[in-house]
Design a protein around this ligand. Structure first.
Ligand code: DGY
Length: 314
């Protein structure tokens, strides 16, 4: 019987991942190793597949340390933790997990938008701190319906956010590389124009050289003191220092942030702001979605090693 292919799993990801990988592969658990470099070099001769995620992906040095690597099956839709040029150069196949996480990630965007505009976490704190009887009324908040929601990146997730925001009575606009055919939403070619014409900007684009730092001071100021910024994509798309400054100085109305520049580090200045809602990169973090992502990761590896077409190649 042929040896089962070796797969390096960088993080446990979800409860179903390991048992389902172990049915077909010999699994090397990177997160359990006390000296990860030594572990990788000792197992490199057996590793032909790699499963990474948004925390530990397939970096250039890791790929270099795996001379027999043939496939990277990423437990994510974002590809920013994978050295794609190196994979191309080495002829390594890459797969990812689109579609299955679209709904949950869009739900997270809407949750942050509603929570932030209506200040739900601050209202919850108000009740828990026993301030209701003494202070009578919580602060007034911002109505959602009728607002202009500008989406940066109208891909699968952006589109799912647009549909949800429309259902809340919002007017939708978007910014991207080019306008999409057959859409009635307003299109703007720059993030600054989008922000100028929006009450809420929701970031839903991939992180790459073009988008890194693209939500800068100009864009934030175009959104202004009554505007809200929601980020469910990647932290480095926003100039985080400028965002923090704008929030502290009251130049931006509020922010709902699921992602940060240097996760899990969150700027301390944000902790005391009631107009900011912070979540720990939970866009796709539901049992259903994470298990569907795991199934897709494993199915792509199984397809590859049995010579079948990949289900979701990059
Ligand atoms: C992804 O898949 O890229 C998401 O960020 C995970 O939540």
């Amino acid at each position: 019987m042929a040896a089962r292919p070796g797969v390096l799993l960088t993080q446990p990801c979800v409860d179903s991942m390991l048992p389902s990988l172990e049915k077909s592969f010999t699994v090397f658990k990177l997160w359990e190793a006390s000296d990860q470099d030594a572990f990788v070099s000792a197992s490199a001769h057996s590793i032909r597949g790699l499963v990474g995620n948004t925390v530990v992906g397939a970096s250039g040095p890791l790929i270099d340390a795996l001379p027999r690597l043939e496939i990277v099956s990423s437990f994510s839709v974002g590809l920013d933790k994978i050295d794609l040029p190196k994979c191309r150069q080495r002829g390594i196949a890459v797969t990812y997990t689109p579609d299955v996480l679209t709904d949950c990630t869009a739900d997270t965007a809407l949750s942050l938008m509603l929570a932030c505009m209506r200040r739900i976490p601050a209202a919850d704190r108000f009740v828990r701190q026993g301030r209701w009887p003494a202070e009578k009324n919580f602060v007034h908040t911002t109505k959602v319906s009728g607002k202009r929601v500008g989406i940066v990146g109208l891909g699968r997730i952006g589109m799912a956010i647009a549909k949800r925001a429309e259902a809340f009575g919002c007017e939708i606009a978007y910014q991207g590389r080019s306008p999409k055919p057959n859409l009635t939403f307003n299109y703007y070619s720059t993030a600054k124009e989008l922000a100028t014409n929006s009450d809420v900007v929701v970031i839903a684009c991939p992180l790459n050289e073009e988008t890194k730092g693209s939500i800068n001071r100009e864009v934030i100021d175009a959104l202004g003191p009554s505007g809200f910024l929601i980020n469910i994509a990647r932290g480095p798309i926003v100039d985080e220092q400028e965002l923090v400054k704008a929030l502290v100085e009251g130049r931006l109305g509020g922010a709902g942030l699921d992602v940060f520049d240097d996760e899990p580090h969150v700027p301390q200045e944000l902790m005391s702001l009631d107009n900011v809602v912070l979540t720990p990169h939970v866009g796709s973090l539901t049992w259903e979605t994470r298990r569907a992502m795991a199934d897709l990761v494993v199915a792509n590896l199984e397809a590859y090693f049995s010579g079948k077409p990949l289900l979701t190649p990059v």
